[in-house]
Design a protein around this ligand. Structure first.
Ligand SMILES: Cc1ncc(COP(=O)(O)O)c(C=O)c1O
Length: 375
């Protein structure tokens, strides 16, 4: 079993991917025009229960585009979780606005909704909840704060395709939402992303800014009235995306099933803990993150990860908090505050192999190997 290295994540591409990609290539539709772009967008919008989906070249671009489409810019502040991927903060910086960090909850590892209000200022324009590792945020609480202070919400659902909160799909509970389609995500196009919305106005802004601000309805006279971006997705990538979304429910079930198997083996091991699922939600378990208590387990996470690697098992450490990013300090973000939950997650957390197609015997091997490292 240990002769074969188990990667932390590999894509499942066993549907119509090759057929659709071949079709895109053989018909010559390889740029951003072509039937797969519109078919993929329509099917993804339907999957998220929203009116509109706009494909882009990656999840970071989706976040940036979404912020621009909401009118966020210089002088504004956007509240983001401290425990997240740096793309969330960077996307805010691209607009000239200022990201403001809120620590994670120690149970779900998502943004601590109880701390959001204390970070709101006269400059705050939006909140960016991120559904960390596929676990939906407490959207009721976040929406309540947003409504009270008249703030916009941009959901970062990069890691949470198909997740649900109180019967609503993630991506459908905000003004606009962003998804990543990087190869380790539950659905992938290799590189890619999507922004989704129910608002026609936001949709038009997404289309406009994504395509270097070519006029949406006037003649293509090469006069650009705003500064836009080329964030287009190619028809080849969209061909992969369509094949992926056709199997979205299957991939979601596999991720959840794998996570349950890990829990079965590991949840009673002293020194290992899992995040708590948000109440009334479907957590799609993008990654199987665990938190180590070094005292109780007898080893720290870095040592464990090295030992797993020697046994042919790949893993990845957790994000480093935004308050510890030199780039954001240079940008002028406020780096001080209590971020003790994030610090604990960064120090003691890592994730185990989490591919949708990970066979159950490998999950058993990984779990037993991990347990064997306990002192
Ligand atoms: C929470 C979160 N937001 C945004 C991104 C950015 O997506 P991409 O890598 O496609 O640019 C990621 C990617 O891993 C992510 O995990």
């Amino acid at each position: 079993m240990s002769s074969e290295f188990i990667p932390v994540c590999e894509p499942s591409l066993n549907g119509n991917e090759i057929k659709y990609v071949n079709d895109a290539i053989s018909t010559g539709w390889i740029s951003s025009q072509g039937k797969y772009v519109s078919q993929f967008e329509e099917m993804f919008a339907e999957y998220c229960d929203v009116k509109y989906a706009v494909s882009v070249c990656n999840g970071t671009a989706a976040l940036h585009l979404a912020l621009v489409a909401l009118g966020i810019g210089k002088g504004d502040e956007v509240i983001i979780p401290n425990f997240t991927m740096s793309s969330c903060a960077f996307a805010v910086c691209y607009t000239g606005a200022m990201p403001v960090f809120v620590d994670a909850r120690s149970d779900t590892w998502n943004i601590n909704e109880d701390e959001i209000e204390s970070k709101i200022t006269i400059k705050t324009k939006a909140i960016m909840p991120v559904h960390i590792f596929g676990n939906p945020c407490n959207m009721d609480a976040i929406r309540k704060v947003a409504e009270k202070h008249n703030l916009l919400i941009l959901e970062d659902a990069a890691e949470a395709h198909g997740a649900e909160y109180r019967g609503s799909k993630v991506g459908s509970m905000s003004d606009v939402a962003a998804f990543s389609l990087y190869s380790n995500k539950n659905l992938t196009t290799g590189e890619g992303g999507l922004a989704v919305t129910d608002s026609e106005e936001v949709y038009k802004n997404l289309l406009y800014y994504k395509n270097v601000c070519f006029s949406l309805d006037g003649p293509r006279d090469y006069r650009h009235h705003d500064i836009g971006f080329n964030y287009r997705m190619s028809n080849i990538h969209a061909a992969i995306g369509l094949a992926q979304v056709e199997k979205a429910d299957e991939y979601r079930s596999l991720r959840i099933k794998n996570s349950e198997a890990y829990k079965e083996y590991l949840q009673n091991v002293e020194g290992i803990s899992f995040p708590v699922d948000q109440l009334d939600s479907v957590n799609v378990k993008w990654m199987n993150g665990i938190l180590i208590d070094p005292e109780k387990f007898g080893r720290g996470s870095i040592e464990i990860m090295e030992m797993l690697r020697e046994k042919g098992i790949d893993s990845r450490r957790f994000f480093v908090g935004m308050h510890q990013q030199p780039s954001l300090e240079k940008y002028g973000c406020t780096m001080t505050g209590d971020y003790s939950v994030t610090e604990k997650l960064t120090k003691n957390g890592f994730y185990l192999p989490s591919s949708s197609n990970l066979p159950s015997e490998k999950i058993k091997y990984i779990s037993e190997t991990l347990i064997s490292l306990k002192k």
